[in-house]
Design a protein around this ligand. Structure first.
Ligand code: NAP
Ligand code: MG
Length: 507
């Protein structure tokens, strides 16, 4: 198989960090079929490397390796499992610059974001769950006299994980760290267009002392490898982050063996600015909410919902801020917004500008791909569109790009109705100095996360996930540890001589 790496365009710090094979049973190996696919640099669509594409045979091999590793891994002391994750967190920090470059090269994230967000958040997640491994404990239930009932939390077995391309490094940590801390073995499929950082993490896992077979990373096509993992009878659980449409296919595929399913799907976050908000913070926060990572975030503040009394002033300053955002090569430390992660996705995002115009929406800023040096890449200008109605497609559908839909309201009730008017319910933000209004809105908004006078805050200790078509189950914290374990209730007769059902002396 070909494994071309166009060395000229790759920063020197990445030499040796780019892996192109599948990681199975502690080793990098070719796909059985020999199939490969290019991963591209979205800055100019040049090829970075040809990556092995996993097929069914490779996944079977990975699952069998994970099954062999499971008895020892699941019975290892929790503290020792945690120690490996803590070591991994240290190794991520030791290799921070290289991982940041790798992520930026493959995904288009501005390097300054990769340095201060993606990589540190990844390390923190492994560290948090490394510490969690021996803190997550079972219960003793106060049952009837004479009996002891204890409930232990057991790992599930071999779990499948399918992650998307928008935050590959961070999302692999969100998925793998709790699963491993709980004692599961993992078969993970990164998105076919962004496999590089998860393959490097596989190598660092091995360096941290992870036993062979516990972690297997298999790039491959969603409809081939992802679907096969979701269907596989020997996979105990499938955890998925991605689109709602694929989430539905995963649920159907899971039915064969009734595997557990955890879904983190799309969103259309409402970011509501009340008339009493501190506007400089709200303007800045709203820009961050939608333009960070080029808007490719399930929790993006994709609907900017403004009180009509402040809308004009807000939009004037917000538009000026959007126009000032520096687009450019993600590897340039001055870049504030990079390209979208693929050409196909860029075209999809731009198609929403046409949809907006057809619906009578008003493009206030952006709406195009920039020209000049950036025309070969997957760039889209920061785009602000005022919708005519909350029922419009641009106010309902996930665009997943630097595209924010503006809506206005007169009353708190109207703001709430707009916030709750989509099928999604993942994240929402609100900006106000009225404490009572803030908490009331937080209670009434139908979403898994609410940010008050901030947006997009995440922490490994705080539950992350959605309601409605945004999925079910929670990542992070103790919640996710319950997702990756099952309760076993053990009953012990400690002092009853005879259980009094048939109270006759034994002959
Ligand atoms: P997607 O299809 O949901 O992809 C996410 C992951 O699922 C990828 O690893 C993908 O593999 C895999 N996959 C695809 N089909 C599968 C199947 N039948 N069974 C199992 N796994 C499968 O998302 P997309 O097509 O890349 O993006 C489309 C839209 O989804 C975006 O525009 C956005 O609206 C939404 N999205 C949401 C999130 C989020 O964080 N919630 C993330 C990504 C996308 P391949 O990539 O290799 O096909
Ligand atoms: Mg790429």
């Amino acid at each position: 198989m070909t494994q071309t790496i166009a060395k000229s365009q790759i920063p020197a710090s990445l030499q040796g960090a780019i892996h192109t094979q599948l990681f199975i049973d502690g080793k990098f190996v070719n796909a059985e079929s020999g199939e490969t696919m290019a991963t591209l640099n979205p800055h100019d669509n040049s090829e970075i490397a040809q990556i092995a594409m996993a097929g069914h045979a490779d996944i079977d091999k990975a699952i069998h390796a994970a099954q062999r590793a499971y008895p020892k891994w699941s019975r290892m002391s929790a503290m020792d499992r945690g120690r490996i994750l803590l070591k991994l967190a240290d190794l991520i920090e030791a290799n921070a610059e290289q991982l940041a470059m790798l992520e930026s090269l493959d995904t288009g994230h501005p390097i300054r974001d990769s340095r201060i967000l993606d990589v540190p958040r990844t390390a923190v997640t492994y560290r948090y769950f490394g510490g969690m491994a021996d803190k997550f404990q079972g219960d003793v239930v106060p049952v009837e006299a004479g009996f002891l009932n204890y409930v232990s939390r057991e790992p599930l077995g071999v779990v499948g994980q399918v992650v998307p391309w928008n935050f590959p490094l961070m999302f692999t940590s969100w998925k793998m760290a709790p699963a491993l801390a709980a004692g599961n073995c993992v078969v993970l499929k990164p998105a076919e267009i962004t496999p590089l950082s998860s393959l490097r993490i596989a190598e660092l896992m091995a360096e941290a002392g992870m036993p062979d077979g516990v972690v297997n990373i298999l790039p491959g096509l969603g409809q081939v490898a992802g679907q096969y993992i979701a269907e596989h009878p020997e996979i105990a659980k499938i955890a998925f982050t991605g689109s709602t449409a694929t989430g539905r296919r995963i649920v159907q595929a899971s039915a064969g063996n009734l595997k557990k399913v955890q879904l983190e799907l799309g969103g259309k976050g409402a970011n509501i600015v009340f008339e009493d908000a501190f506007l400089p913070a709200a303007i800045n926060g709203a820009a961050w909410a939608i333009f960070h990572n080029q808007g490719q975030a399930c929790i993006a503040g994709a609907r900017l919902v403004l009180h009509e009394s402040i809308a004009e002033e807000f939009l004037e300053k917000f538009t000026a801020l959007a126009k000032s955002i520096r687009l450019g090569n993600p590897l340039d430390p001055n870049t504030e917004m990079g390209p979208l992660t693929s050409q196909m996705h860029r075209d999809r995002v731009l198609s929403y500008v046409d949809i907006a115009r057809q619906e009578g929406g008003e493009v206030l800023s952006g709406g195009k791909a920039p020209g000049g040096d950036l025309s070969a890449g997957c760039y889209v200008e920061p785009t602000i569109v005022r919708a005519k109605s909350t029922h419009d497609r641009i106010a309902q559908e996930e665009v997943f790009g630097p595209f924010v839909t503006v809506l206005t309201f007169k009353t708190d009730e109207e703001a709430l109705a707009i916030a709750n008017s989509t099928e999604y319910g993942l994240g929402a933000g609100l900006w106000t100095r009225n404490l009572q209004r803030a908490h009331l809105m937080a209670r009434e908004i139908k979403s898994g996360m609410v940010w008050i006078n901030c947006y997009k805050r995440v922490n490994p200790g705080s539950p992350f996930g959605g309601v409605g078509q945004s999925g079910y189950g929670r990542e992070m914290g103790f919640d996710v540890m319950r997702e990756y374990t099952q309760a076993k209730s053990v009953w012990v007769n400690i002092d009853a001589q005879i259980v009094p059902h048939y109270p006759r002396p034994a002959k």
